[in-house]
Design a protein. Structure first.
Length: 102
């Protein structure tokens, strides 16, 4: 556990123990409310979206490198391999070498 969290936990425990004796400690401590179910769902969806975005970037980077190695002129046609029309051209054949003739 990081040192800052340990210190914060100790300070919170001290304030909790002093809340009956010091009025200032009562003002510092606030009840921790349970987070709504919607927040938990939103958090999961955001994490899932982030994984999808990272996967898309990884695939796009790999595709760019592969196209640069196989047929750089085809990659020069478009600056972005993520364009839908470009992806449709790529999927019209099983062999990237055949795309040189297009």
């Amino acid at each position: 556990m990081p040192l800052k969290l340990i210190i914060d936990a100790r300070r919170g425990l001290e304030l909790f123990q002093l809340q009956d004796h010091l009025p200032m400690a009562k003002d510092v401590l606030q009840p921790v409310a349970e987070t709504p179910q919607e927040n938990e769902i939103l958090k999961r969806l955001n994490r899932r979206r982030r994984r999808f975005v990272n996967e898309r970037v990884r695939i796009s980077n790999n595709l760019t490198v592969d196209l640069q190695a196989v047929c750089p002129s085809l990659l020069a046609v478009t600056g972005e391999v993520g364009n839908l029309w470009f992806l449709r051209i790529l999927t019209c054949t099983d062999d990237l070498q055949k795309l040189k003739r297009l």
